[in-house]
Design a protein around this ligand. Structure first.
Ligand code: SF4
Ligand code: SF4
Length: 419
């Protein structure tokens, strides 16, 4: 069980063209959620720490722009975490556009050992095309100013890069840029948004129009494939790239780290500023609302016995849910298990599992299929010879990162016997 917490929900100081999240607020009339109230914040912190089955409890704060909740909000949150920790170790991560960071924020991050995730799409000329402020000016300079402050205060940060129409032709430029910035943990997120918006995964429209900033399917494979080849030869063991580590973990029998390629949707819930809980950040739509934290708290205080809830039942019987452990992303998982014929017969099914539901906008005999299929196949084709070698190494009690020294041999063999 993991929660992404949105202290200001749909509020952001930027206005990125491709943002999938802010338009939901406008469309669903949810712009009035404001900042998370003390009541919601405390109810959630108490319950989450109490019900987390592990000794470490991870809080991930996200937006909109979470720093718009203000320093006082986070001071309160961290104080409540300490108050209710009950011996558990609390870890905090904040995903931010970094443009609001100043010395005061850095002191707070440092004091509470907060890990920062910074959204950046590459150098200025690639980043600024879509990541703009409210005056339609590029935000890159402000992001870099934020990163410089993090470095000055020695606060660790990761990067999240959206692959889109502006940067997809420049994989190595983007990768080297992120490396030079000092990012040692990178995430890349494939952008596709459509008209109409894909909001009900039971009813896929016959014809979606893909918005111009979106990535083409093939471009995903080309982009990630180029970075993979560079990373495996030079940086494996030094730099973590979430997608690659996820695929390696999967072939080594330890399961995926990235839900996109898992065979079900893990319980990766979202807590909105007003206390509403949804199955996933990609599914903040009425149909995928599970409960409200205040109703859960009320039911728990009344002594309602927790029962496993899912799907429609959860939405209709919110007041009967008395435990966040009882929540399940079961509507999304049920969708995930529905595979089209191509996926069922695909060589790469064990790696891909059909991809994220949000991206399944192509219809095949009435069953949806990932828009990114072609790109996934291209990436997997590039990676498989290396993945097989890693499995071989591990089976022979050699750590898989030893593959770095074998890359020239693998490449020579692929030249002689292309796939
Ligand atoms: S690569 Fe394409 S066909 Fe294969 S499992 Fe993934 S989405 Fe399905
Ligand atoms: S809907 Fe997509 S992003 Fe959400 S949990 Fe499922 S696979 Fe992950």
């Amino acid at each position: 069980m993991h929660f992404t917490i949105k202290p200001v929900s749909f509020t952001c100081n930027l206005d990125c063209d491709y943002c999938f999240y802010l338009p939901k607020g406008q469309e669903q009339g949810m712009l009035t959620k404001g900042i998370m109230s003390d009541e919601v914040l405390e109810a959630f912190i108490v319950r989450y720490i109490k019900e987390c089955p592990t000794d470490h409890v991870y809080f991930t704060w996200q937006g909109g722009e979470p720093l718009m909740a203000g320093r006082k909000f986070f001071e309160k949150a961290f104080a409540l975490q300490s108050q209710y920790a009950n011996g558990k170790v609390i870890e905090n991560a904040i995903q931010t556009n970094a443009t609001l960071i100043n010395d005061d924020w850095c002191e707070l991050f440092k004091k509470h050992k907060v890990l920062l995730g910074v959204s950046i799409d590459g150098p200025e000329h690639l980043h600024d095309k879509y990541r703009k402020n409210k005056h339609q000016q590029g935000s890159h300079k402000d992001v870099i100013a934020g990163i410089e402050l993090l470095k000055k205060h020695q606060i660790p940060f990761n990067t999240l890069t959206c692959i889109n129409e502006s940067n997809y032709e420049h994989p190595l430029e983007v990768y080297h840029y992120l490396k030079e910035l000092g990012s040692t943990f990178m995430q890349f997120s494939e952008v596709v948004e459509t008209t109409p918006e894909n909001t009900d995964f039971d009813h896929i429209a016959p014809n979606y129009e893909v918005k111009p900033f979106s990535l083409t399917p093939k471009a995903y494979g080309t982009f990630m494939g180029a970075i993979f080849k560079e990373w495996i030869a030079k940086d494996i063991g030094k730099i973590v790239i979430r997608q690659f580590e996820s695929l390696i973990s999967q072939v080594l029998g330890m399961g995926h780290h990235s839900c996109v390629w898992e065979n079900c949707c893990p319980d990766n819930f979202v807590l909105e500023a007003n206390g509403d809980i949804y199955e996933c950040d990609q599914a903040v739509y009425p149909k995928y609302k599970l409960a409200n934290i205040l109703d859960i708290e009320k039911a728990a205080n009344l002594g309602v016995i927790p029962c496993s809830v899912n799907g429609q039942k959860a939405a209709n019987e919110e007041n009967s849910i008395s435990s966040i452990k009882a929540l399940k992303a079961s509507r999304l998982s049920a969708h995930k298990l529905q595979l089209c014929d191509d996926c069922k017969q695909c060589t790469y099914l064990v790696l891909c599992n059909g991809g994220c539901i949000k991206h399944r906008i192509d219809l095949q005999n009435g069953v949806s299929k990932s828009y990114f299929c072609e790109g996934y196949k291209e990436l997997f084709k590039i990676m498989v010879p290396y993945l097989n070698t890693m499995v071989y190494l591990e089976n022979n009690k050699t750590p898989y990162i030893a593959i770095k020294s074998l890359v020239p041999q693998i490449e020579a063999s692929l030249k002689e016997n292309p796939l």
